[in-house]
Design a protein around this ligand. Structure first.
Ligand code: ADP
Ligand code: MG
Length: 331
């Protein structure tokens, strides 16, 4: 039996030195580890395979074949998922480096994001300046654009816990002196072009557990037969992409003010608010935030998925493009 303070050893992971636990979910642990072959640090997501189900303990009324089917289907889904992730290569997507499995676990060897979760940065900074928020959300959107347009994948679980980042300390990577001459300023969410801010460098989307392929050249829309695809399938693709746009709106709202657009202690009441798109730009927190940022958020948090901003519309919005041009010369 393992003691609490001893890190686990997994058969099949001998190549890695497990250093510390950095994340935990219902069916998974995430560890920081050193790859002894390359001497580089990685993240390892260990996903427990399905527990013995009721049918194996004799408590189920299901035919024994049913159990095998579910397990096989689950495995097929996971392998499909992994295949998709393997083919993803983008600076704003956590890279899957390796995949393996043992009898009891799946192992996903991932690019390590040393900064951890965006969620923790929000807690530390309370809220982000508009420039820092833009720096972050544009990278999130670049990741989403890649998933939607290049991979045909909808993430479906975009939230601050699944947005990771590489840290940039002042001076170190940028070679630029802290313009404030004060290390603490980095923690105030101030963003400076070319230097970064809030300690946040590259932002990366993680956790594809819920993502799914929405189009597949070999099945749904085979080349040359697109004309036969049912409208609801076409429409559904669009709708499902729109769930990520809604989530971008929620994340942008949250990082700008420090609290989420929809909240209630009762799940029922919360569901009701979300379904009706009931949120406000609460005073005094939203008073100093630009009308342009509010306009973008309103277009992302549109309850009608047909009218909600698409990823292309996001990138054309003035609040987003603002960051791409030098400020106008003084008159
Ligand atoms: P779950 O399905 O349990 O939510 P995630 O893939 O979201 O699993 O990982 C859980 C947590 O582990 C993340 O919220 C994050 O804190 C940490 N984590 C996951 N992947 C990485 C990574 N590549 N680098 C750094 N931390 C990670
Ligand atoms: Mg997660």
């Amino acid at each position: 039996k393992q003691r609490k303070n001893v890190l686990p050893q997994y058969p099949g992971l001998e190549r890695y030195d497990i250093l510390e636990k950095i994340g935990e979910g219902a069916f998974s642990y995430v560890f920081k580890a050193r790859d002894t072959a390359t001497d580089k640090e990685v993240a390892i997501k260990v996903v427990r395979k399905r527990e013995l189900d009721a049918s194996e303990t004799g408590k189920s009324h299901l035919h024994p074949n049913m159990k095998k089917k579910t397990k096989a289907t689950e495995r097929a889904n996971i392998l499909k998922e992994v295949q998709i992730m393997r083919n993803m290569h983008h600076n704003n997507i956590v890279q899957l480096v390796q995949f393996s499995e043992s009898d009891d676990y799946y192992f996903l060897i991932l690019e390590l994001c040393q900064g951890g979760e965006l969620f923790h940065r929000i807690v530390e900074l309370t809220y982000f300046s508009e420039d820092l928020a833009r720096h972050v959300i544009v990278q999130v959107a670049e990741g989403i654009r890649y998933l939607h347009e290049e991979c045909g994948v909808v993430h479906r679980d975009i939230k601050p816990e699944n947005i990771l980042f590489d840290p940039i300390p002042w001076n170190k990577r940028t070679g630029v002196d802290n313009p404030f001459g004060d290390e603490d300023k980095v923690d105030e969410g101030v963003f400076i072009e070319g230097v970064g801010g809030g300690g946040i460098g590259a932002v990366k989307l993680a956790d594809f557990g819920l993502s799914k392929v929405i189009w597949d050249n070999s099945t749904l829309t085979p080349c040359g037969t697109v004309g036969y695809t049912a409208p609801e399938i076409v429409r559904d693709q669009k709708y499902s992409k729109s769930v990520d746009m809604w989530a971008i709106g929620c994340v942008l709202y949250t990082i700008l003010c420090g609290f989420p657009p929809f909240y209630d202690e009762s799940i029922r009441a919360l569901t009701h608010k979300v379904a009706r798109g009931e949120y406000t730009f609460l005073s005094p927190w939203w008073d100093p935030i630009s009308a342009s940022a509010k306009d973008l958020i309103s277009n992302l948090l549109n309850v009608d998925p047909e009218k909600r901003y698409t990823i292309e519309e996001f990138f054309k919005h003035p609040w987003v493009t603002k960051g791409q041009f030098p400020p106008p010369a003084p008159a």
